[in-house]
Ligand binder design. Sequence first.
Ligand code: MN
Length: 232
Amino acid sequence: MKYAVTPAPMYTLAIAGLSECFPVNRIFCVGRNYAAHAREMGKDPDRDPPFFFMKPACATVQAGASLVTIPYPPMTANFHFEIELVVAIGKGGADIPVGQALEHVYGYAVGLDMTRRDLQLDARDKGRPWEFGKSFSHSAPIGPVHRAEQVGHPKSAAISLTVNGEGRQSSDIEMMIWSVPECIACLSQYEMLEPGDIIMTGTPEGVNRVNRGDVMRGAVDGLGEIAVSVAA
Ligand code: MN
């Protein structure tokens, strides 16, 4: 195949314990999946079906225990962190039943849904798409994928984030309003999932801004830690 212009690169994630890497296809994100975070965003938590937004594959940044730096993005003065459990899809499918959803999971990772909060809220309040608040390059630093065959399917695990060593987010993934199988089942009704798809499962309370030079450390018990700094 010859391309008229240089094709975009394939974005990938490391896999813990394997030399192969995980090819990132699409990144789906769940909105308001922890009640306390929904409240801090000025919304009532509810059991309405989960809703989703997306990030491009080029949002992917390989993160891990050693510090990686992301740029401070343009057009924002309120750049926020959201620590999240990340699900890596290994087997595609549509209309996946909740009871079979975990068969489609390749593994899990720790990730950050970095957000231009000022753009997101301005769009939200004007009834416009969140797009530019959420969907931009380098906005999804994600740690190595831990294979489900090695770590199982965590239902409860501490999830936390510090900024410059100070605690900012601390919760447990068992606080998610919609579980991982429920998110997969719902999403697969709208779109046929494909291998390589990523689902970011929402953030607990405590989101806030980072400034240039800040260092974030996020963790989910059993999935390691990621260290991400914002370029000075
Ligand atoms: Mn999020």
